[in-house]
Design a protein around this ligand. Sequence first.
Ligand SMILES: CC(=O)N[C@H]1[C@@H](OP(=O)(O)OP(=O)(O)OC[C@H]2O[C@@H](n3ccc(=O)[nH]c3=O)[C@H](O)[C@@H]2O)O[C@H](CO)[C@@H](O)[C@@H]1O
Ligand SMILES: C=C(OP(=O)(O)O)C(=O)O
Length: 434
Amino acid sequence: MSSFEVRGGKKLRGEIVPQGAKNEALQIISAVLLTPEPVTVSNIPDILDVNLLIELLMELGVKVQRPSRDTCIFQADDVDVDFLSSEDFRKKSGRLRGSVMIAGPMLSRFRKAYIPKPGGDKIGRRRLDTHIIGFEKLGARFEFDDQHHFFQLVAPQLTGTYMLLDEPSVTGTANIVMAAVMAKGTTTIYNAACEPYLQQLCKMLNRMGAKISGVGSNLLIIEGVDYLGGTEHRMLPDMIEVGSFIGMAAMTQSEITIKNAGIAHLGMIPDKFQQLGIKMEFRGDDIFIPEQDHYEINTYLDGGILTIADHPWPGLTPDLLSIVIVVATQAVGSVLVHQKMFESRLFFTDKLIDMGAQIILCDPHRATVIGLGRRNQLRGITMSSPDIRAGQALLIAALSAEGKSTIQNIEQIDRGYQYIDERLRQLGADIKRV
Ligand SMILES: CC(=O)N[C@H]1[C@@H](OP(=O)(O)OP(=O)(O)OC[C@H]2O[C@@H](n3ccc(=O)[nH]c3=O)[C@H](O)[C@@H]2O)O[C@H](CO)[C@@H](O)[C@@H]1O
Ligand SMILES: C=C(OP(=O)(O)O)C(=O)O
């Protein structure tokens, strides 16, 4: 297993371009299964999770050409449906969360699907009920194999219906939308997730011939069509990377420009970092973060301590709360971070405490950070990355800390951040992959 060795405390400087969005890529690449025609996808991030999904599709018989590093032309005109029930599929798809979204398109086009227990971050219970119940409402039958831990689904016919989702699950909504686009009749999904990546998926499906309205809202209406054709699609910049880089600039007291940040699609991400006291300027589609000696956390209007919490879109994504915590350790002021969605995502704060941060982990969902500014500079230590976002948060902590840090288990970081060591070195960071 590889590690990063970081000598922290150096100011960074320059421009950085965010990669294409990981979580959008997982939806979009699954959707290519919906048509036998070519689909060209660009701005694909070169990261473990996405590469694994592409490999899975290839093993399913999808032809993949790669005219350039970040562009693929997919053609699913000869899909080997039997591969879905193989041990190989079970093992590989168990390595990433995104593989779960193969099920919707497979049900739609081939009337059967298998969902092995998906991989992804071990950050608490991650149920699939929303997906399965949605498929069931469309007419699929499912069996759960308790021994091998997978769902087997068959749907001789899919028929549109009304459904009110139990929760606005992101991958669940994507899966149900992909199953419904070629169902007979109209499907109405209320309490649908509506984050930008899902909007991107719906827009792409509409370009392929689907009839989805309500895109961007939590009420999607899908009129089933008989056939979807090929299209071209470009992924948005990764909003989690953009948020991570804003935090990194402030933590390391650096002047950084985030190029082509896709500001229109960031929702309240910039506001939340501004609430932590981080200054930024929007220059066209770039975000300029000036060098700041210190930043001070806002209070509420009545002077009360700020809370930053996750919420389904247009609320703040839970994937940025680890970064918020680490950035707050070097701020002046206090903040309560409330991670409502996942119950095991805050335990990495132990490592920040070892580095010298003032954090009280109130319970598995809430942490209070007491920022004493630079009076409380973090110290480098050896640590292991527990999940993708905590991994990036620890990397940012290491870049700002005094002395040497070693971050182990960096496969977790590589799952989601493309060539991160190389890109940080270009900004002047002292980081080595060992
Ligand atoms: C591959 C991918 O795209 N992964 C993202 C996707 O995962 P994923 O689609 O798996 O996450 P879901 O949207 O299904 O839900 C995440 C968790 O939050 C809980 N939940 C959800 C909605 C809600 O209103 N209340 C609630 O408690 C769910 O029970 C679940 O435990 O969305 C998550 C939530 O934005 C992100 O963290 C993941 O990075
Ligand atoms: C939790 C995440 O990923 P996954 O859903 O793939 O585990 C994430 O991207 O922060």
